[in-house]
Design a protein around this ligand. Structure first.
Ligand SMILES: Nc1nc2c(ncn2[C@@H]2O[C@H](COP(=O)(O)OP(=O)(O)O)[C@@H](O)[C@H]2O)c(=O)[nH]1
Ligand SMILES: [Mg+2]
Length: 450
């Protein structure tokens, strides 16, 4: 338990209806008695005056006192809602500091919650994800992680691995130090199962990135196909320059867009031209760079014209699961069939960026494609972050190396040591570690007051 009481503004600096100042630590009850005349009943919002050390009334506030350990941090907490004037909030924080509190560091409230056993590390991270979630799916994943879904998956894996380790360690003290064949078989089966579980979780990293960063959706196609018009219609305003002159978009333009439950990073690019002029070449090089990182492609084609092939660097990346081909300018076709026949393998949709025809089907198709990135984890929507992925990769290494030793009848002791490092790596995800530096790094990314 900390001996220091920390205080900070928990809401953004700025003018609003309310601002919330928070304090956590052993001094809260005493502070409340000094500021409000008495310590409020736990968990009951009390309307009262905030008086500073000189007895001067700073604001009328609503204060809630939480008695530890039944609180966010596990310590005593004071939550003070004042009027949402940054100046009022600041004088209240300053008064708490004058009374002996220390200014909280970024993420320190949540760090204390973790250190006091109120949540595991994956849940602490989920608090951040929840605050920053940009889409319904990202919110759902953060909520599940906050409720311990990843922690539970990790616990099952860890327990399974512990059982294997126990079985292996039982042989360490025996003279020939080699597993008898029947045990070796069981260990192999169980290790393989743990390895599969580890890989299944690892496979959710991509989806996790997509949820946290947005799905990088790159609009490609030849000049004048209507790429910029498509972006404008999808974002609902004229963001990109549209012109009948080919080659208008030379740089790329990026806009965030919420589409159904997903967040997209929609990127408009310069057209891909078979015989580009000098300046166009620069634009095309940038398009290639964007294309290399794309999660999803929208390939826009002018349906009224024959369609030249894409450069092979780009076309090689297109698959039926990451690409939608849009036969644009459908309004100009009237009853004629499209002239463009860009592909036989990729899904095609008729659209018109000018009239909006086909955009409901397009939106539905993008959502379907985005949903397909999700790895099935049964009921749970697991989407791990880079820290988890790093730990899982190290666990996988340990598991693979131990399986190899098992195959070569290696010494039991070395096998056990591989398993222990795998176990340690798995343990890092929930935070069964005492690595100050890692915690500093992690909580530094939080906001002050969280
Ligand atoms: N009739 C019609 N014209 C379109 C459509 N989409 C784009 N255009 C026109 O095609 C020209 C090129 O459009 P633009 O969006 O700048 O193409 P980009 O070079 O691919 O970005 C402009 O004159 C647009 O108004 C469409 O669906 N129907
Ligand atoms: Mg353009």
């Amino acid at each position: 338990m900390s001996t220091e009481t920390i205080a900070a503004l928990a809401t953004p600096v700025g003018t609003a209806a309310l601002a919330v100042v928070r304090a956590s630590g052993p001094d809260c009850a005493r502070l409340a008695a000094a500021i409000f005349g008495s310590t409020p009943h736990p968990r009951i919002a009390t309307y009262t005056d905030y008086r500073d050390t000189g007895g001067q009334r700073l604001d009328d506030v609503v204060v809630t006192y939480y008695a530890g350990p039944r609180s966010y941090t596990g310590e005593d907490i004071l939550e003070i809602s004042c009027h949402g004037n940054p100046f009022i909030a600041q004088v209240i924080v300053q008064d708490l500091l004058n009374r002996g509190c220390r200014a909280a560091e970024a993420g320190e409230f949540t760090r204390r919650a973790f250190l006091n056993g109120r949540m595991d590390l994956s849940q602490a991270e989920a608090v951040m994800d929840l605050i920053h979630a940009r889409s319904e799916r990202a919110l759902a994943a953060a909520n599940q992680q906050l409720r311990g879904s990843l922690g539970r998956h990790m616990q099952t894996l860890t327990e399974d691995l512990l059982l294997v380790l126990a079985r292996v360690e039982a042989y360490i003290d025996f003279p020939d130090e080699e597993l008898p064949p029947e045990d070796s078989c069981i260990v192999r089966d169980e290790l393989t199962r743990v390895l599969r579980g580890t890989e299944r979780l690892l496979a959710t990293h991509r989806y996790g990135e997509l949820l946290r960063d947005g799905i990088k959706t790159v609009i490609i196609g030849e000049p004048n196909a209507g790429k910029s018009s498509l972006l404008n219609r999808l974002v609902g305003h004229d963001r990109a320059l549209v012109s009948p002159e080919p080659g208008t978009t030379r740089d790329f333009i990026e806009e965030r867009l919420i589409l159904g439950p997903h967040c997209l990073r929609l990127i408009d690019t310069a057209g891909l031209n078979a015989a580009p002029a000098a300046l166009e070449k620069l634009g095309m090089a940038k398009t290639m760079e964007r294309a290399a990182e794309a999660d999803l492609f929208l390939w826009v084609v002018d349906a009224t014209l024959p369609c030249p092939p894409l450069p092979t660097e780009v076309s090689a990346r297109l698959t039926p699961t990451n690409t939608l081909v849009l036969l644009n300018k459908h309004d100009l076709l009237e009853d004629r069939l499209p002239v463009a026949q860009p592909t036989v393998t990729l899904p095609c949709l008729p659209v018109s960026a000018i009239t909006g025809t086909g955009f409901d089907a397009l939106t539905a198709a993008i959502i379907r494609h985005a949903d397909a990135f999700r790895q099935d984890q049964g009921e749970d929507l697991i989407a791990i972050n880079s820290r988890h992925a790093d730990a899982l990769r190290r666990a996988r290494e340990g598991l693979e190396s131990s399986l190899a030793k098992l195959t070569n009848n290696g010494p039991v002791e070395l096998l056990a040591s591989d398993l222990r490092s795998a176990l340690d790596a798995l343990g890092e995800i929930a935070g069964k570690i005492d690595n100050e530096r890692m915690l500093d790094h992690l909580f530094k990314t939080f906001c002050i007051g969280k």
